[in-house]
Design a protein around this ligand. Structure first.
Ligand code: URA
Length: 213
């Protein structure tokens, strides 16, 4: 399968090394959580590459200079798809502390794998903000599509989707519905299994984050 240009796979060695540690079945919850947070900071670095800067006059101990600062650092909203999205959100907020945060709650109905929305809370000025939507696993794509369908109603300036792992099936489904939304991911894995899990994957990201298995 040829992926559209909008799929950004972050192949940085630090990301790949930490992802390998996360994949291993024997990695415990506390390490899994820490590694996801570390990777999310590295993904945040990549996803914010195109933020505009402006120049402000500052004084160093030696001289005055025109120095770059973020032009719109308070203009971002990060929306976590509950509950596993929280694992990506925490690291992103360390790097972008001025971002506002939204939450959307969706669950997959286990037999049909269709998506049901049970919670939505967004800042009230979303139409003035660039939006990052975060969920570790882009598996069938159904939750991501449903989340972005709903979030587009809040009319943000732009939307990017950030995940840890994507399945080819999820990318295809997402791009069919939202070709305007770029995807950032640490890896594209082989396939989905018959239960909708990404293979080889990391298993159930929520359970591994919170030790609920
Ligand atoms: N959700 C998960 O937590 N893991 C998968 O592999 C797919 C969806």
């Amino acid at each position: 399968m040829v992926f559209p240009a909008e799929v950004n796979v972050i192949k940085h060695p630090l990301v790949q090394h930490k992802l390998t540690l996360m994949r291993q079945a024997e990695t415990h919850t506390q390490d899994f959580r820490r590694l996801l947070k570390e990777i999310s900071m590295l993904l945040a670095y990549e996803v914010t590459r195109d933020l505009p800067v402006k120049y402000e006059k500052i004084r160093t101990p030696l001289a005055e200079m025109d120095a770059p600062v973020l032009a719109a650092d308070k203009n971002m909203v990060i929306v976590s798809i509950m509950r596993a999205g929280q694992g990506l959100l925490d690291g992103m907020l360390e790097l972008i502390p001025t971002a506002k945060v939204g939450h959307i709650g969706l669950y997959r109905e286990p037999t049909t794998l269709t998506v049901v929305e049970y919670y939505l809370k967004l800042p009230n000025d979303t139409e003035h903000r660039d939006m990052l939507v975060v969920d570790p696993m882009l598996a069938t794509g159904n939750s991501a599509v449903a989340a972005v369908d709903r979030l587009k109603e809040a009319n943000p300036l732009s939307i990017k989707f950030v995940c840890l792992l994507a399945a080819p099936e999820g990318i295809q489904c997402f791009h069919e519905q939202h070709p305007d939304v770029p995807i950032y991911t640490a890896a594209v894995d082989e396939r989905l299994d018959e239960h909708g899990y990404i293979v080889p994957g990391v298993g159930d990201a929520g359970d591994r984050l919170y030790g609920t298995k």
